[in-house]
Design a protein around this ligand. Structure first.
Ligand code: BG6
Length: 473
């Protein structure tokens, strides 16, 4: 494939489209949950209304010097009521979007599943049901057939670790469970679904490349003690290698299965799946990088994961005060480590730009320098106000500049870094953090849906133009 370095922004269907029940779209598990369970929480019914603003949004990307756009397809827009009937209006919408991208020389980088599972599948067990994997492969094939002439870069899933952690360990995403067995099962089934979809993709000739977007973390032992180093190696399997090995090598690290088999029943991993994983190996990897993980040994207690999405900084006196607390039975715990960095976002995510370099180099070392790496998300959530028609988001510029500098260093040193997407293209809905948490290059006034480029939009435009000039991109 002729590989230009891709520069753009990223979005996800539920977080940007809105039009939650228009043109035949069915209900996703997030629609169901926010309409029926957590009815007080802000929802993505309208989000930033990309459904009705896609032309303007894509035009602004092109005018901002971007050459790529990461977005996801909403599964319940394509198969609204069941897996037998296709909604032609859903197909038509994405055809318009991808045509618009091509007209503006924007490369669409398309994710098939960014968490909006059809509710009718969730009611049958969702990712705990092996059938969902085969349904996913069917949905993927439908998309390859419908959009394969316009889309050349596909990814199967978004963040199979983080989403399942929140669904099945922290219990802050639907279906709100704290059940390690279910967590392991859902992860495994998502990876199986990804392999099945990749096998479908291979049946088409020459339609592009396929990967998966993972939220991997560079892992650092808290101390040099052998105990912490061993714990960090277990955390590496848990956060990174079970995903990337399955996707890029078609196998699972035995160090992982050996260390958890006394407490997780792996009977869902059937012998006949082994050939599927091997045949479903992928072409590239997508990485979402937000922060690193400091790890120390943890023995004795139970598995416990907590998430704090309040957006309020605290004294960090107990577990629920931390943005994320992970303790994995007989294995490791993630801890604060000011030695890595003492800088935090308003939501208390540790800011650690060098981690993006470390992670690319580690991936290149483990899977070879040929494997293309796309940074599918990196960015900072900020409370922002529109003033005089813009936002002076110098903190975003400072954040992105440092991450991109480290990323380009990894590229120079031989990692096959092939693209970078800021989360997000424009402001959009944040799963647990309301519309107040803004990530975009473009400010969205949610009352009028008017778009306003921020200072970072112009900074990125200049930065990309300079990169393209120097690198003949
Ligand atoms: C990633 C997701 O985990 O981080 C996005 O892929 C998400 O969907 C982004 O929005 C930022 O997270 P949050 O919770 O701040 O919106």
């Amino acid at each position: 494939m002729n590989r230009k370095f891709l520069w753009g922004g990223a979005t996800a269907s539920y977080q940007c489209e809105g039009a939650w029940n228009e043109d035949g779209k069915g209900e996703s598990m997030w629609d169901y949950y926010l309409h029926n369970v957590n009815t007080e929480a802000p929802r993505g019914d309208t989000a930033c209304d990309f459904y009705h603003h896609y032309e303007e949004d894509i035009r602004m990307m092109a005018e901002g010097g971007q050459n790529a756009f990461r977005l996801s397809i909403s599964w319940p827009r394509i198969f609204p009521e069941n897996m037998n009937e296709i909604n032609q209006k859903g197909i038509d919408f994405y055809n318009l979007v991808f045509t618009c991208c091509r007209e503006h020389n924007i490369e669409p980088f398309v994710t098939l599943y960014h968490w909006d599972l059809p509710q009718y599948l969730q009611e049958k067990g969702g990712w705990l049901n092996e059938e969902t994997c085969y349904d996913f492969a069917k949905y993927a094939r439908t998309c390859f057939e419908a959009f394969g002439d316009k889309v050349k870069l596909w990814t199967t899933l978004n963040e199979p670790y983080y989403s399942n952690q929140n669904m099945y360990l922290a219990g802050n995403y639907p279906p709100f469970e704290q059940n390690e067995q279910h967590f392991a099962m859902a992860v495994y089934h998502q990876l199986l679904a990804s392999a099945l979809a990749t096998i479908e993709f291979r049946k088409f000739n020459n339609i592009g490349e396929i990967g998966c977007v993972c939220d991997t973390h560079p892992v650092y032992p808290l101390t040099d003690s052998p105990e912490d180093k061993e714990a960090a190696a277990r955390a590496d399997d848990w956060f990174n290698w079970i995903f990337l090995d399955a996707l890029l090598k078609g196998t699972f690290p035995t160090t992982f299965t050996d260390s958890v088999k006394h407490r997780i029943d792996y009977s869902f991993a059937k012998k006949e799946h082994e050939a599927i994983f091997l045949a479903g190996k992928q072409d590239f990897t997508g990485i979402n990088y937000y922060s690193g993980a400091s790890i120390r040994a943890y023995h004795g207690g139970e598995t416990f994961v907590a998430h704090n999405n309040s957006g309020k900084k605290t004294e960090k006196k107990d577990d629920s005060d931390y943005i994320v607390r992970q303790r994995i039975k007989d294995s490791f715990e993630s801890v604060e480590n000011p030695a890595l960095s003492n800088e935090y976002t308003a939501w208390d995510f540790q800011i650690f730009p060098k981690g993006i370099y470390d992670q690319c180099m580690r991936i290149a070392e483990r899977y070879g320098k040929d494997v293309p790496i796309y940074i599918a998300e990196n960015g900072i959530g900020v409370y922002e106000k529109l003033e005089n028609g813009t936002v002076e988001d110098d903190n975003r510029i400072y954040f992105l500049q440092r991450h991109i500098d480290w990323l380009l260093k990894a590229k120079e040193e031989g990692a096959n870094v092939s693209g970078f997407f800021n989360w997000s293209s424009m402001d959009l809905y944040s799963w647990m953090n309301t519309l107040e948490k803004r990530y975009g290059f473009v400010y969205v006034d949610y009352n009028t849906m008017k778009r306003y480029p921020k200072k970072s939009y112009y900074w990125f435009k200049d930065f990309v133009a300079d990169f393209n000039r120097k690198n003949n991109n």
